[in-house]
Design a protein around this ligand. Structure first.
Ligand code: TRH
Length: 375
């Protein structure tokens, strides 16, 4: 079985982060041959430094990676074609799909959302002008959706890592970070955010110590402004009050997972890091990708509604207040202290949510099942 996955990097790393993860898992766990077509190999190389952006084709983790140029060379389409996030496939490739016998299965892999309408749209076909059907495949958190990307064995790997202090110590050495004894560990990955200063003020003023780990990225300028010092770079370490800030390089994707597993609390963004933080089983703070006309607020509320089920009223309120302040760029002084009061319950809840979600069919397996039912 041959699969083609197309990825157009709109901005940031989510598009390539998700399609690369899916491609790898299909090869490793479902023994399919995958060609991954990517229009921006330099973004790809940030999350997977083994990728050489100068090469037109290369193999990594068993996935055939191809540069997707404007100039398209005719090829025989695969048995399954996945367009990532409604990216526009080359016209010549679509024509070749229509001419192929048997016809390929054409899927549009959509963005992750907890909104209710997703369940009703998942798996629906849409007739194209060339007579091909295109199916909408929606990831999601309920049984009516295509599930979530999760490698088999991820939970076992994460639990083993978290249970072994020696592995964690090796990881910190690899990152050249000296863990502060007894400190609360927080990782920070976010878009620019006006709320950051008030959160950092709160952390610096706490009685206990916090170590904040920040991979290089868009939020770093805001950290720099708050510290009021010179430009921050990977390897830098600054202390203010009870807060120590460690700047990390942008990590390889699997190392980033380990960072999430190592921290007590993770601030994440977009789609893929948001999901990986859930698989870490630790409490998190989501900076959702801002959309025009505030469309992202519905998405945020839909997730909060699902995620907060089973929480006591005060814990639920604390969670909602913190996430809304963060996403609205509001002062977080009050919501952070409210969150602290509920930290224990929210921490237990994060692992419970993770295990519930991990008990469902993962997205790669659901895609393969969809294809088998379609034949
Ligand atoms: O980069 P993002 O903001 O991507 C976004 C979202 O996917 C959004 O839905 C989409 O519409 C927009 O792009 C265009 O956030 P995301 O999805 O978390 O992707 C980040 C990827 O980078 C993820 O795969 C994790 C990875 N990563 C690393 O590999 N190393 C790191 O050090 C860090 C911080 C992240």
């Amino acid at each position: 079985m041959k699969w083609d996955i197309f990825c157009s990097v709109v901005d940031n790393f989510g598009d390539i982060g998700v399609t690369w993860r899916l491609a790898r898992q299909l090869v490793a766990e479902h023994a399919v041959a995958v060609r991954l077509w990517v229009d921006d190999l330099s973004a790809f190389a940030r999350i997977c430094p083994a990728v050489d952006p100068r090469l037109d084709s290369q193999v990594q983790h068993g996935v055939a990676i191809h540069a997707w140029h404007g100039q398209w060379t005719a090829i025989e389409p695969g048995d399954v074609v996945v367009e990532g996030f409604a990216c526009h496939l080359p016209d010549a490739y679509v024509a070749a799909m229509a001419a192929r016998e048997p016809k390929p299965l054409w899927l549009n892999l959509e963005y992750l959302s907890a909104e209710k309408w997703v369940g009703g749209c998942h798996g629906l076909p849409s007739m194209q002008s060339n007579g091909l059907q295109k199916y909408f495949f929606f990831p999601g958190f309920t049984g009516q959706t295509g599930g979530l990307l999760r490698e088999t064995g991820l939970m076992a790997e994460r639990h083993a890592f978290q249970a072994d202090a020696g592995t964690a110590a090796r990881f910190w050495r690899e990152l050249a970070v000296e863990p502060v004894a007894g400190a609360r560990l927080i990782s920070l990955f976010a878009y620019e955010n006006a709320a950051l200063g008030s959160w950092l003020d709160g952390l610096a003023a706490m009685q206990s110590t916090t170590q904040l780990l920040v991979p290089e990225g868009r939020i770093l300028k805001d950290v720099e402004r708050w510290l009021g010092g010179p430009q921050l770079r990977a390897g830098d370490c600054r202390v203010r009050g009870q807060l120590q800030v460690n700047v990390l390089p942008f990590l390889e994707q699997s190392q980033y997972d380990r960072l999430l597993w190592s921290c007590d609390f993770n601030a994440v963004r977009g789609e893929d890091s948001f999901l990986r933080a859930q698989w870490a089983g630790r409490p998190m703070l989501w900076h959702i990708y801002p959309q025009e006309e505030g469309a992202h607020w519905d998405k945020l509320d839909a997730f909060l509604q699902l995620y907060s089920q089973g929480l006591s009223a005060p814990a639920r309120e604390a969670l909602l207040a913190l996430w809304r302040d963060w996403n609205g760029g509001q002062m977080m002084t009050q919501s952070w202290s409210l969150w602290q009061e509920q930290a224990e319950e929210l921490t237990v809840h994060a692992e419970k949510w993770c295990l519930e979600q991990a008990s469902r069919t993962d997205l790669a397996a659901a895609l393969v099942q969809f294809q088998q039912n379609w034949i």
